[in-house]
Design a protein around this ligand. Sequence first.
Ligand code: NI
Length: 394
Amino acid sequence: MTTEALLEEAEGLRARLVEFRRELHRFPELSMQEVETTRKIREALAEEGIKVLPLALRVGVLAEIEGAGPGPTVALRADIDALPIMEETGLPFASELEGKMHACGHDFHTSAILGSAILLQRYRHLLQGRVRLLFQPGEEKGIGAKAMLDAGALDGVQAIFGMHNKPDLPVGTIGLKPGALMASVDGFRIKVSGKGGHAAIPDAAIDPIVAASAIVGGLQTAISRSISPFDSAVLSVCSFHAGTSWNVIPDEAVLDGTVRTFRPEVRAQIPKLLERIASGIAGGYGARIELSWFAGIPSVHNDEEAVGIVREAAESIGLTVTDALPSAGGEDFAHYQEKIPGCFIWMGTEGTEEWHHPKFTLNEEALVPAAALFARTAHLALERGRKLTGAAVG
Ligand code: NI
């Protein structure tokens, strides 16, 4: 496909992609409840004669475009869910469902990847191999990618590509980075057990609130003293519960928090570090701790060769490529990259607010370039005609 023809074809989809994105925006659905969104995507694909594959999930869509000849299979992924946020944009196509909003731009991702699918379907006679399309539910809860994987969405797929819109990049610019782009997201709970008693007789008690307070401070120091300055890790204690009355020292205090890291080696160190520091501090006060660790999603880790393909695709259609700044946010796209090489990119959408803000907006001018970029990326990835070799996470 020539660049001119591809861009002209993509330009021809403009009104349709804008309309589709606005329709999704008006009727946002929360994670794993994307029933109507699923129906709309299936309909739009069917309209173009794109084959929808069976998927053992109530929500989400799996589709595939078969090229003219044999070859590898590559995947494009869009997430489709919205957030429990009351929209305050005042847009004419603002959410009509109270308390629900596409405040992370997944409506944009869905519409753009639909555009890529339509382009690839129209150019399928030029493809050697297949392009799998994943319209994934439940990203905001970090559970949709796992559900898609369990349903076999990546069976037979050699590489995967996806994006997130980026409010601080201009339209026509993408952010690209090999290696870690987004953080792992894990949770922890520390239960601090002491001995309850009278507020006025603390010497007869073991105060878990004082011990837990020291642990909160100690954890911050532990991260700054134990992780190399060339790595990064964020630890936040976000919930601290203890006690029921103003004059009773309680038996126990419970801390909940999250840890974000970018390298698997650093991530692996954290549970032991928390255990050691928290139990040491608690012991100093005569208290005990019990640590629970909730392993969440790994870091988004881009394969170098996959990054190279996106770079080539972007430059071939006149997009500007900048070095992506990593984000300490998480993305369950990382689960796919644990299985196969992939590349996740920032797509410039020049919004006024950051993700998850009630006034979050994006510039729809980015729809056409995004659709063209992922169509060209899939085409190029198939042209390579061989399995991408770089290591995934690890
Ligand atoms: Ni998002």
